[in-house]
Design a protein around this ligand. Structure first.
Ligand SMILES: [Zn+2]
Length: 125
C-alpha cells in the first residue's frame, strides 16, 4: 500500500519501519510524516511513544487512537520547515460526519538521546 504520509513511497519503505520500532525517524519532518501515518493506520502507541516524555501526561493513548479511527486521513502537505526542529503542515481528513476538515499546524520537535520527539503544536488558520 502507498504510505499514508503521501511521500509517494510504499508504506513498507516509508513509515512502517518507524511504526514497528525498527528504525527511528532521522529528522523532525520524517517524524512528523510518520505521526500523520500513525493517525491514518491508526497506531496510538506510536503517537504516544514519539511524544516528548515530559509532555505525555497532556495526551491520552486511547484518545489518540480514537481520533485516528473516527477520521479518514486523506492527505498530508508539508508547508515548510522553518528550522531543524519545526515543521508546518496541513493535514486533510474527512470527519466523523463525512465533512472535509483541515488541520494546519506548526509543530515543535526536540531531539533527545538521538531520537526526535513531538513537543507541541501551534494551530494555524
Ligand atoms: Zn510515510
Amino acid at each position: 500500500m502507498n504510505c499514508p504520509c503521501c511521500s509517494g513511497k510504499s508504506y513498507d519503505e516509508c513509515c512502517k519501519p518507524f511504526h514497528l520500532g525498527q528504525r527511528h525517524a532521522p529528522t523532525a519532518e520524517t517524524l512528523m510524516r510518520s505521526r500523520f501515518s500513525a493517525f491514518a493506520i491508526p497506531n496510538g502507541d506510536y503517537l504516544m511513544e514519539t511524544t516528548l516524555p515530559t509532555k505525555r501526561k497532556l495526551h491520552n493513548k486511547e484518545d489518540l487512537q480514537e481520533w485516528g479511527e473516527i477520521n479518514q486521513w486523506t492527505k498530508l502537505e508539508i508547508v515548510r520547515a522553518p528550522s531543524a526542529n519545526e515543521v508546518e503542515f496541513r493535514a486533510f481528513y474527512i470527519g466523523e460526519k463525512g465533512n472535509p476538515q483541515l488541520h494546519h499546524e506548526l509543530s515543535l520537535f526536540q531531539k533527545l538521546n538521538d531520537r526526535w520527539y513531538y513537543v507541541s503544536g501551534e494551530f494555524l488558520d
